[in-house]
Design a protein around this ligand. Structure first.
Ligand code: PDD
Length: 287
């Protein structure tokens, strides 16, 4: 038994579908030894992947950034994801894909002639609850202590893991991180600010992961006439925000109603959140 997992679902490993309990990799896998790999989390609604093309493009970018050859073309990845979805009885799922550099004698430099390890699994997706959507979540601020290539969706997540635990230890659900006094992102989400009806997001650069929802929310803002600025956002602006939100594959969009124990705006989910939430739900219903 693995903590938190019921049953023995099928997973994909290097070309085969295997029960999770039988899926094994070498202890010399560079994902295990060095965190030398990348991943994706693709949400699936009513058995249909959401924004799959964008997730596969980001996977290709992450792989290229760390010079792992992409083991599959887009059509093969789509086929693999579909097969994973078919193994599950759940309508809403999230599919996890991971590629590591492969198995080799331990040496920091890239090994030659190594075959990437490809792993995929799907899990039932419990979408954010009505309580979370209507009451929002709590967040706490912290300095961003991660490395300088946060644009790569790397499995080296120690900085993110410690950041999330920082929130949990303080009874909050997420952190809002700042680097040199400017907003970066959450431990596993992008962070959004609303001031005077304008939606603000940090620049897409090496200091944040460009979420697939980042692009989607940008599109929704344009389609719905919400003024949108992408620019450096000072910590003082976050502290004075009318609304704060987070977005991720698993959290969708959620309002942050308190930061460091103080209410954000009036302490209730705001009107810009409500419009984006409606757009999100409409897009999912139209899948
Ligand atoms: N995390 N920033 C970070 C650091 C993230 O880990 C994530 C997602 C995002 C949002 O990206 P997207 O909208 O594509 O989910 C931003 C996933 C869900 C995870 O690690 O489980």
């Amino acid at each position: 038994m693995i903590a938190g997992i019921t049953g023995d679902p099928l997973v994909y490993l290097n070309g085969d579908f295997t029960p999770l309990s039988q899926a094994k990799i070498s202890v010399l896998d560079r994902g295990f030894i060095f965190g030398d790999g990348v991943y994706e989390v693709v949400p699936v609604y009513a058995r249909k992947p959401f924004r799959m093309a964008q997730h596969l493009e980001r996977l290709a970018r992450s792989l290229a950034a760390i010079r792992i050859p992409n083991p599959h073309g887009a059509a093969e990845w789509q086929d693999l994801v579909q097969q994973l979805i078919d193994t599950s009885g759940a309508d809403d799922q999230f599919v996890y894909l991971q590629v590591t550099r492969g198995v080799a004698k331990r040496d920091h430099a890239f090994p030659e002639h190594v075959v990437p390890t490809v792993f995929g699994m799907t899990s039932p997706f419990a979408r954010p609850s009505a309580v979370q959507r209507e009451n929002g979540v709590q967040a706490v601020s912290m300095p961003d202590e991660r490395w300088l290539h946060c644009e790569i969706k790397s499995v080296s997540l120690l900085g993110n893991v410690l950041a999330r635990q920082f929130a949990v230890d303080r009874g909050a659900q997420e952190v809002v991180m700042f680097r040199d006094g400017f907003l970066s992102e959450g431990s596993s989400s992008n962070i959004w600010v609303v001031k005077d009806g304008r939606l603000l997001a940090p620049l897409k650069n090496h200091l944040i992961l460009e979420g697939i929802r980042y692009g989607f929310i940008e599109e929704m803002a344009a389609a719905r006439g919400i003024a949108f600025d992408m620019r450096p956002i000072a910590q003082s602006e976050v502290a004075a925000a009318d609304e704060l939100m987070l977005s991720s594959a698993t959290k969708e969009i959620l309002p942050i109603v308190s930061l460091d124990g103080r209410p954000v705006g009036n302490g209730r989910p705001g009107p810009v959140y409500a419009r984006l939430r409606q757009g999100y739900d409409e897009a999912i219903a139209a899948l």
